[in-house]
Design a protein around this ligand. Structure first.
Ligand SMILES: Nc1ncnc2c1ncn2[C@@H]1O[C@H](COP(=O)(O)OP(=O)(O)OP(=O)(O)O)[C@@H](O)[C@H]1O
Ligand SMILES: [Mg+2]
Length: 500
């Protein structure tokens, strides 16, 4: 007999045995199975060279879906949508789009390090009990993994780890991200995070932008590096600059770039250091913890009291006053350091401020805030990004004049964006928008000239004394210009040469 025929014969025997075994399990009465089942299993393991592992949907805890099953489910969506013939469409909890997985009793093949294996999706339907007070038992779903026994070590070790890791990553990618905020009871509540800001739409110097994006991507891929150097996988960013320069927009762009959740931590709503620690420990991996206007949130300067006065808190009756937060600087520092050491997984912590000089150096020292990023007034390069976003143009005859004015005059990206917003819905009047912006810049320049003139007059008056007062001819500033608004672009020049 030829070798091929021997194999074919053996193959048919094994198939025949497996068929009989399946019939036996399905139809033979439970009560009579005992020893037959035991010997059947032994015979099966002799003739059948494959190992099977089952993963049940509900394992230990009856009402909690098994994490392993969920991870496998997500892992298999990638393979299933490519190769399974019968698919099940599911919206899934917290999923941002439709997910396709293989339907019950379907099988897909997978390959790992050149080894082939098979996943099948199964379901057992328990027989209904005719006279039972309880509701019908539920279907039980499970996945079955089949592979040759010579690959046991590879599959039970590296392959299953790979499945769990990839499954979690797929799940993270498919999930709907959340924006968390804390309340007075030290509990996070959340809404869906759906901010459109991205680094492409962020108006700032392209070189600086690329540096930040590279830094973030390097961080997100550096899990092994961080564990190798014995450092927690965390990074701190300090974003500082005047109002309306894109600090909050950058936090959203960071979250969108890395697919992270955002925890917007309102320090003034945190009762004390213990609550702060609790809140920070409860944050999840792959998230940004942001404390906006950090200078106004802590007793780091008189700023918080000033804010309170502005709100009129001092005159309010006792019962209407906000309960004062007892979070201290050292409490915050300890909580951040605690977070750094106590929690696993990637986290960014971001502080934003308009007054970087007033922050305590301990709060922003390297190691806590690893990267200091200044967001500043609109430069020509940033303006071009806004023009592209808002008006969809790369060039225009007014660009040159606008560019020249932007070198001298300080204007925030938020103000520029306002001029570039279409005034009528569905209609983009490019010329009108740019002309408005140009006029605004020219008005600011004129105001700056008049303001400087006024100052010269004051100095001249002071020098001339009482008698000579009013003899120096000057212009007066135009009405309607904001008091104390910086106009001339001196700060930008200084900032460019600053070490940050
Ligand atoms: N750099 C920028 N690029 C694109 N848009 C910007 C930029 N800066 C500001 N804007 C626009 O201005 C609006 C306000 O910006 P944002 O809230 O990010 O400023 P901020 O720096 O956080 O201000 P504040 O210090 O007052 O919190 C944004 O919604 C956005 O439309
Ligand atoms: Mg902001």
């Amino acid at each position: 007999m030829a070798m091929g025929e021997v194999w074919t014969g053996l193959g048919s025997m094994v198939a025949g045995f497996m068929f009989l075994w399946a019939m036996f399990q399905q139809y033979f009465p439970h009560q009579l199975r005992g020893p037959l089942e035991k010997y059947g299993h032994q015979l099966k393991s002799l003739v059948y060279p494959y190992i099977q592992i089952t993963f049940h949907e509900y394992g230990g805890e009856r009402f909690k879906r098994s994490d392993v099953f969920t991870a496998i489910d997500s892992y298999l969506t990638v393979n299933s949508s490519k190769s399974a013939k019968r698919l099940r469409a599911d919206m899934g909890e917290n999923a941002k789009s439709l997910i396709l997985c293989m339907d019950d009793h379907e099988e897909v093949a997978d390959e790992f390090d050149g080894v082939k294996l098979w996943w099948s999706s199964k379901k057992t339907i328990p027989k209904p009990q005719p006279f039972s007070y309880f509701s019908a038992p539920e279907e039980k779903r499970f996945y079955k993994l089949t592979f040759h026994k010579r690959h046991r070590d590879l599959i039970t070790g590296r392959y299953l780890n790979h499945v769990l890791e990839q499954g979690k990553a797929v799940r993270m990618r498919n999930r709907q991200r959340k924006l968390y905020t804390n309340n007075k009871k030290a509990v996070w509540s959340h809404v869906v995070f759906d901010h459109p800001a991205t680094f492409e739409t962020l108006a700032m110097d392209p070189q600086k932008k690329k540096e930040i994006v590279d830094d973030l991507i390097t961080f997100s891929k550096a899990k092994d590096h961080y564990s190798m150097i014995g450092k927690a996988w965390k990074r701190g960013y300090l974003l500082y600059g005047p109002p309306g320069t894109g600090k909050s927009s950058m936090v959203a762009a960071m979250a969108n770039l890395l697919d992270y959740d955002v925890y917007d931590l309102e320090l003034t709503a945190v009762n004390d250091n213990t609550d702060l620690r609790k809140l920070l420990i409860e944050t999840s991996s792959k998230s940004i913890i942001v404390i906006e206007d950090i200078d106004c949130s802590l007793e780091l300067s008189g700023r918080r009291n000033k804010k309170k006065e502005e709100r009129g808190d001092e005159e309010k009756p006792e019962q209407f006053k906000e309960k004062e937060s007892k979070v201290t600087l050292s409490g915050l520092l300890n909580s951040i350091d605690g977070l750094w050491s106590a929690c696993v997984g990637e986290r960014l912590i971001v502080f934003t401020t308009n007054h970087v000089d007033e922050l305590d150096p301990a709060l922003i020292r390297r190691g806590r805030m690893d990267k200091h990023i200044e967001l500043s007034y609109c430069c020509f390069e940033a303006f071009k990004i806004l023009a592209k976003n808002y008006l969809d143009i790369d060039a225009h005859e007014l660009f040159e004049r606008i560019g020249r004015l932007m070198e001298e005059i300080l204007i925030t990206p938020a103000d520029v964006a306002e001029y570039l917003m279409p005034k009528t819905p569905n209609k983009r009047d490019v010329d009108a928008c740019l002309e408005n912006l140009l006029r605004a810049l020219e008005a600011k320049k004129e105001a700056a000239r008049l303001k400087a003139n006024e100052e010269v007059k004051e100095i001249a008056d002071a020098l001339a004394g009482e008698e000579g007062k009013g003899k120096v001819e000057t212009l007066t500033p135009k009405e309607g210009l904001k008091e104390d608004e910086p106009l001339i672009n001196t700060e930008v020049k200084e900032a460019e040469s600053s070490p940050h």
